[in-house]
Write a protein that binds this ligand. Structure first.
Ligand SMILES: C[S@@+](CC[C@H](N)C(=O)[O-])C[C@H]1O[C@@H](n2cnc3c(N)ncnc32)[C@H](O)[C@@H]1O
Length: 279
């Protein structure tokens, strides 16, 4: 049983390197969180072999330079642009794969983290396409990390939740209330419009002083960050004009930035004192 599972795994992963049999193929590829250097080598190689690239708004367009031989189609939502429905994207994947060969679906972060990558693969497979996936660096971990916020830290957090702030019914996920009861770090994507509701849930758990960070356009040149505690974060967001795309990080781990800064300052002060004594 165990051996069978392993050999299936090998077959699935090896699809990435298998040439198309004529019926077309889809590779769902993670583009990372925004910084162009935060993409995998495998993703770059896949882009180089693409005939068509369908990409989203959160993808850094500089990455499209790797897809020199491909037709590039923007299918994301952006002000003033036509927004494709998911059904239209699915159909476009299948029709372009059948006419052109290899379609790459380039998505922000990791396509399997709130990215609908799995749905697109299923649709493509049910229409006879070969399918494969190249994981990406998800914003849920890398955006906090870029701002020196670890999602786990010995003594502060033993686990983390990554939750969507907005479900397909446009409601706050019920998991946020459960996470608020835990000691875990809570990372919320697509939660900015529900921030006051989120704050209330944590206050109900007696966590008014819990540290919270909001990072907009993480890892990009226009990155913005707001740090506060639960009871003051809404004011900070208003003052700093923080908006989407942004990620919310809740937990003691947010204090790591401060701890790091203190450690650096202590070192500099100690060195300065030693230099004084020596001179
Ligand atoms: C549809 S989800 C896709 C997440 C993506 N698959 C990933 O793994 O990062 C989009 C949400 O991810 C978050 N997000 C993605 N990239 C971000 C970035 N560079 N900075 C801040 N938040 C980001 C925002 O909450 C945004 O609304």
């Amino acid at each position: 049983m165990h051996t069978n599972n392993l050999s299936n795994q090998k077959t699935i992963n090896s699809i990435v390197d298998t040439p198309s049999q004529g019926q077309g193929r889809l590779t769902v590829v993670g583009a990372g969180p925004g910084d162009v250097e935060l993409i995998t080598l495998k993703a770059i190689k896949t882009l180089e072999n693409a005939n068509v690239v369908l990409y989203d708004a959160l993808v850094n367009e500089e990455l499209l330079k790797y897809a020199q031989n491909a037709e590039l189609i923007f299918v994301g939502k952006r002000k003033g642009c036509y927004a494709y429905q998911q059904e239209q994207i699915n159909e476009l994947i299948v029709s372009r794969a059948k006419s052109a060969g290899h379609v790459v679906r380039l998505k922000g972060g990791d396509p399997f983290v709130f990215g609908r990558g799995s749905e697109e693969m299923e649709y493509a497979a049910s229409h006879g396409l070969e399918v494969a996936m190249v994981p990406g660096i998800s914003s849920s971990l890398s955006v906090p990390a870029y701002q020196n916020i670890p999602v786990t830290k010995r003594g502060s957090s033993e686990s983390f939740w990554v939750i969507t702030g907005t479900t397909k019914e446009h409601k706050l996920s019920a998991d946020v209330a459960l996470a608020a009861k835990s000691n875990a770090t809570v990372v919320i994507l697509m939660g900015m419009s529900k921030l006051p509701q989120i704050v209330e849930l944590f206050k109900e758990e007696g966590k008014s002083n819990m540290p919270i960070a909001i990072i907009q356009n993480g890892t990009r040149k226009n990155e913005k960050i707001g740090i506060a505690i639960m009871s003051t974060i809404v004011d900070v967001v208003e003052k700093e004009k923080l908006s989407n795309p942004a990620i919310i990080i809740i937990g003691e781990v947010v204090r790591h930035r401060e701890a790091l800064l203190n450690a650096k300052n202590q070192y500099s002060n100690k060195n300065a004192r030693l230099n004084e004594v020596g001179s």
